[in-house]
Design a protein around this ligand. Structure first.
Ligand SMILES: [Zn+2]
Length: 169
């Protein structure tokens, strides 16, 4: 599983200007009524975006048009989301965090130490290589198709296209 930065033209949410080649813009993930929505802002509009429940934000550089090599999505963005979802209890967010953990394991940011069961849930105990600490992830009962659907959803929010070259985990 990989996520690649989506190409195609993006516009600033406020001034509706299409971002230029190699322009740096900011994407914000808002958490509103338990729903994530993403909005993109040009640097000029960043200070005018107003209030909102910001869950996470990150910078993206628009690729050069004739670029042939696809850019990998930034692991830092996924890692940040994974961390911020740690204490979420809502099912869709548990699913979200689990799928992010699969990706971060593939990227060797997280290493599986062990698994255990308690209160009817299965947990993955993951070692966070970057921070030298362990973190637990609830393993939800997801079919392959459901994992793919969650992966698509994450890709949509982070503006990346998932690709599954070597299986899903
Ligand atoms: Zn703008």
């Amino acid at each position: 599983m990989e996520w690649y930065i989506n190409r195609g033209s993006k516009v600033c949410f406020l001034c509706e200007r299409t971002f230029a080649e190699e322009e740096i813009y900011l994407s914000v993930l808002y958490d509103e009524n338990n729903t994530f929505t993403r909005k993109d802002f040009c640097l000029g509009c960043w200070d005018k975006k107003g209030e909102g429940n910001i869950f996470s934000f990150w910078k993206t550089k628009v690729p050069k048009k004739p670029e042939t090599v696809q850019r990998y999505a930034k692991i830092d963005v996924f890692y940040d989301l994974f961390n911020k979802l740690e204490n979420e209890t809502e099912l869709s967010r548990i699913n979200f965090r689990y799928v992010l953990s699969l990706y971060l394991m593939r990227k060797k940011v997280l290493k599986l130490r062990t698994t255990h069961k308690s209160n009817g849930n299965e947990y993955l105990v993951l070692h966070n290589v970057k921070e030298g600490k362990d973190t637990e992830v609830i393993k939800p009962h997801l079919s392959k198709e459901e994992v793919l659907a969650v992966t698509d959803e994450i890709g949509r929010l982070v503006n990346c296209a998932p690709q599954f070259s070597v299986g899903i985990t």
